[in-house]
Design a protein around this ligand. Structure first.
Ligand SMILES: NC(=O)c1ccc[n+]([C@@H]2O[C@H](COP(=O)([O-])OP(=O)(O)OC[C@H]3O[C@@H](n4cnc5c(N)ncnc54)[C@H](O)[C@@H]3O)[C@@H](O)[C@H]2O)c1
Length: 306
């Protein structure tokens, strides 16, 4: 018996990297999996149906059920079709893992319009399209069962690039921040069906982190524990998707190597009410002393770069 027996999952961008690991791990724990992938190059260009098919074969070799759903998560019709594939093939949809994406890094002053648009599109519109069609299905299902809570898990993939405001990744950091707050909004809305929505922040050695300006940051050690092996993410995905995490929603969880972290919501460090509307001089008095001694950027909103 697996803890996800009878559950139906979609994993987007599951043809390789983290998505492949997640799809395999969900299947190992009993879920039937729709393997979505567009088969792009690392920069999001090109298409290839083979990676999704190959992962379907790997899952079937485990004795679990899988079907491929080739398509672009940021294309409205494709997203709808991927959701329908789950329901038509396996009779339901319980776990929606948004993972597909790519990065096209560059400093702001060198970034082209296409680098910005393509990265925002695949992550933000990709997550939104899949969440939108999944939740529409859940809403209908919930109505059909007289408002009884259903088994629903939305899992989004962000990155601590947004927590740190990574230099050289303005498009990616913005997209991942957008994904996080999209997921917080989804968590509030899907609570009425009994579903949850959470964000995971991985750190792993994949095609994405083995090329481009970040190449080598997650290198494999010659010996000892492989901190950045993508396999480490699997158990976190399964746990969030499991019945054990029915009460866990609106959370941001990070896992890499042997580390697990849960981030807290942003807190107000200064919260001051004036007797009247603020003047520049009054603001200067309060803010001037608050920022006294604080370093620019280093003591700003974003976490220190790590
Ligand atoms: N690797 C890391 O350290 C790391 C860290 C933080 C976040 N992430 C996030 O994890 C996710 C997976 O990244 P990865 O490192 O496994 O990269 P990867 O390049 O190995 O895999 C990404 C997959 O997404 C697919 N894809 C791209 N565009 C698509 C589209 N429009 N529709 C469907 N599929 C599409 C690609 O074909 C590819 O198989 C991404 O969202 C990434 O931003 C990765």
């Amino acid at each position: 018996m697996g803890i996800l027996d009878g559950k139906v999952a979609i994993v987007t961008g599951a043809g390789q990297g983290l998505g492949r690991i997640e799809a395999l791990e969900l299947a190992r724990h009993g879920a039937s999996v729709v393997v979505n992938d567009l088969g792009t190059q690392a920069d999001g260009s090109g298409t290839n149906e083979e990676p999704a098919q190959a992962v379907v074969q790997e899952i079937e070799a485990l004795g679990a059920k899988a079907v491929a759903a080739f398509g672009d998560v940021a294309n409205w019709e494709d997203a709808e079709r991927i959701v329908r594939t789950a329901v038509d093939t396996f009779g339901d949809l319980n776990i929606m893992v948004n993972n597909a994406g790519f990065s096209r890094d560059g400093m702001i002053v060198k970034m082209t319009e296409d680098m910005w648009d393509s990265v925002i599109r695949v992550h933000m519109k990709g997550h939104f399209s899949m969440i939108r069609h999944t939740m529409a299905y859940w809403r209908e299902k919930s109505k059909a069962q007289g408002g009884e809570p259903l088994y629903g898990r939305l899992i989004s993939t962000a990155s601590d690039s947004f927590l740190m405001g990574n230099v050289g990744q303005p498009n990616y950091a913005a997209a991942k921040a957008g994904i996080t707050y999209l997921t917080m909004s989804a968590a509030r809305e899907c609570q009425r069906f009994g579903a949850t929505a959470n964000v995971v922040l991985p750190r792993a050695r994949t095609r994405m982190t083995m090329s481009g300006p970040w190449a080598g940051i997650f290198e494999k050690p010659e010996e000892g524990f492989d901190t950045f092996a993508p396999e480490h993410i699997g158990p976190l995905l399964v746990w969030i998707a499991s019945p054990q995490a029915a009460h866990v929603s609106g959370q941001v969880l990070q896992l890499w190597g042997k580390h697990i972290r849960v981030y807290e919501r942003p807190q107000a460090a200064l919260d001051h009410e004036n007797e009247t509307a603020w003047t520049v001089d009054e603001l200067d008095k309060v803010l001037g002393s608050f920022f006294e001694g604080k370093k620019p950027v280093e003591d700003g909103f974003a976490l220190p770069m790590a």
